[in-house]
Design a protein around this ligand. Structure first.
Ligand SMILES: C[S@@+](CC[C@H](N)C(=O)[O-])C[C@H]1O[C@@H](n2cnc3c(N)ncnc32)[C@H](O)[C@@H]1O
Length: 289
């Protein structure tokens, strides 16, 4: 089969299975099998696929039809302009989380003391996307990245080495803030926030393929956020008493007011700002304590 026909046929197959963005996904799968960029796929339409290539393509298409996310099949995804290794042990970083990183970079630059290292904690780091993006954007920062899942941390370790930040990002296994060895200037977290009742509406790619521990936030979706606020209050030393203290949280649609009032319950003096994404959805809660 020639390339243009293969592209057409894979697109149709994926579309027939109601896979969103079928043409983009077909390009990704074909590009992966042939080791070609998207542009090259279209500049060499007459190139023939060998039988080994056709067989490999069919195998990947079958996996995709079986609702395995493309990022797991390809073994990587793009976040904040950076390529991350991912596998089924870790949540696939989402574009909406880039807003959290943007705001964290802005805030870290504002609070950084001249000449001193800013200490940041990324809680629930998954594949390390937030921690590594911050480390690359903020060469002066030191980052602690925690996760409850040892297998997610193994993925994060691969990514830290891949991006040369393993000296500045320390990976720590444990429950939320518990493994932090010292006070930090800023906490950034994209914790699980899917409400119990929302699971049925998730696509099978998410519900059946991504780790439940990365998604499930309990009845109102806020169990992990609540627990972390509790730990912050109890821990006292999590924040450097002398330095600026702040927290940035990603939240789900419709959770803004609830999280703002939750933060208010724990920290009466805190200034809380809800930041919306380009679609107008409140996505980030910025707390200055
Ligand atoms: C929504 S994912 C976010 C992953 C990554 N930060 C990102 O934005 O792509 C949530 C992460 O929190 C981790 N997690 C869940 N419960 C946790 C807990 N109690 N302590 C630490 N991490 C936890 C999960 O393993 C998962 O990696």
């Amino acid at each position: 089969m020639i390339l243009s026909k293969a592209l057409q046929s894979v697109t149709q197959t994926l579309r027939g299975a109601e896979i969103a963005d079928a043409s983009v996904e077909a390009e990704l799968l074909l590009g992966h099998v042939l080791g070609m960029s998207k542009t090259r796929l279209y500049t060499e339409p007459e190139r023939s696929l060998t039988s080994a290539e056709t067989e490999r393509l069919c195998h990947l298409v079958r996996r995709r039809l079986d609702r395995e996310p493309a990022a797991y099949i390809l073994g990587h995804c793009e976040f904040y302009g950076i390529n991350f290794y991912v596998d089924s042990h870790t949540f696939i970083p989402r574009p909406e989380t880039e807003l959290l990183v943007e705001k964290a970079v802005e805030l870290a630059r504002r609070i950084s003391h001249r000449g001193e290292q800013t200490i940041i904690a990324d809680i629930g780091t998954g594949c390390g996307a937030i921690a590594i993006s911050l480390a690359l954007a903020l060469p002066q920062a030191r980052i602690y990245a925690t996760d409850i899942s040892p297998s997610a941390l193994q993925v994060a370790e691969v990514n830290c080495r891949r991006h040369g930040v393993d000296g500045r990002v320390e990976l720590l296994q444990g429950n939320l803030l518990e493994p932090l060895p010292r006070a930090v200037d800023m906490i950034v977290a994209n914790l699980p926030y899917v409400r119990d009742c929302e699971f049925v509406d998730l696509s099978p790619e998410i519900r059946e393929r991504e780790p439940t521990i990365a998604l499930a936030g309990g009845r109102d979706g806020l169990d992990k956020i609540r627990e972390m606020l509790e730990q912050m209050r109890g821990k006292g030393g999590t924040f450097d008493a002398e330095g600026p203290t702040c927290l940035l949280l990603e939240i789900g649609q419709g959770q803004g007011e609830m999280v703002a009032s939750l933060v208010g319950n724990y920290f009466q003096e805190a200034s809380v700002e809800l930041i919306s994404d380009l679609g107008g959805v409140e996505r980030v809660v910025k707390v200055e304590l």
